[in-house]
Design a protein around this ligand. Sequence first.
Ligand SMILES: *[C@@H]1O[C@H](CO)[C@@H](O)[C@H](O)[C@H]1NC(C)=O
Ligand SMILES: *[C@@H]1O[C@H](CO)[C@@H](O)[C@H](O)[C@H]1NC(C)=O
Length: 305
Amino acid sequence: MAPCGPALLLLVFVSLLPCLHAGMIKLQCKNENVGIYRQNSLLSCSVKDFSPDVTVILVIWKKSGKSIFTFYAEKTTFEDEDPRLQFAEPNWTPNNMNISLLLKNTQIADAGQYECMVVTDAGEDKGQTSLQVRALYSKPTVCSFPEKNIEEHMKVTLYCNASGGYPPGRIQWLDKYNTDWTASSETRVVQEEDKRTTLISKFTVLQATSVNPWYKCVLYDSDGNRQGEAKYTLSFASKDHPPEKSTQRKNTVTITAVVVVLGSLACGLLVLLLLQRRRLRKMPYMEPCKMSAEEAKVKMDMGLQ
Ligand SMILES: *[C@@H]1O[C@H](CO)[C@@H](O)[C@H](O)[C@H]1NC(C)=O
Ligand SMILES: *[C@@H]1O[C@H](CO)[C@@H](O)[C@H](O)[C@H]1NC(C)=O
């Protein structure tokens, strides 16, 4: 037995080594962390079941296989690592088993899966955690075309817009009787460079009526939670002062003058329209409420539904 003794011992030792090593500590990570755009996020991982005198030797946080934060021998940053990251615990020391990270100024692109590895003098372990990032939309705003002097049974187009949200939400249209008009609307989701989105909803009231002059645009986030709303009252032409109708006077001089004026006006408008078309091509195409009715009409002709 004697010659086999040391070999057997060594075998036992070698096969036990990984178990001893890995079994001593356990890294516990939160499955899912939720962060808010431009705010601080927490990537949460902590070592559990440790004896009081354990010391952390190495911590490596990775995202998609790339190291983003390293603690080793009191150096916490290397080149190419993200300067927005730090240990979440203020005044962290190697005896602190909470190796969660604080991510400053969270961006939409920070969403995803993160891996964390820790080596201590009592063993090592790995864990995974994920980050979801959300961004709130701006308060929705509504505008209409035409903007005012609306007459009974006129066709009116309402726009509701909200910007900067992520993941994309949706817009619902209601009237004062709470009738849901969403099916008669069309919402475009425009993605910005940083993946945040602008919602532009177009709702056409086929026959506007002053009996039911107000509409509400309700904004929901991607989880279906109400995030905001905007009420809008159509501006009807006053009944006491109806818009001027063509006069009955048949004065040829007046008519000639009118024809001349209208002719030059039409020419002027045409030039203006052409100029605007040229200008609009350079404008971002998603701000219907900022434009005048004419601009919006031109824009609509150009393809914004
Ligand atoms: C780790 O530290 C952070 C920041 O202090 C804290 O928010 C978090 O709850 C801690 N995690 C655990 C598991 O204690
Ligand atoms: C939405 O409408 C408001 C009000 O007219 C306007 O100020 C804002 O710029 C618009 N935003 C977008 C993204 O269209």
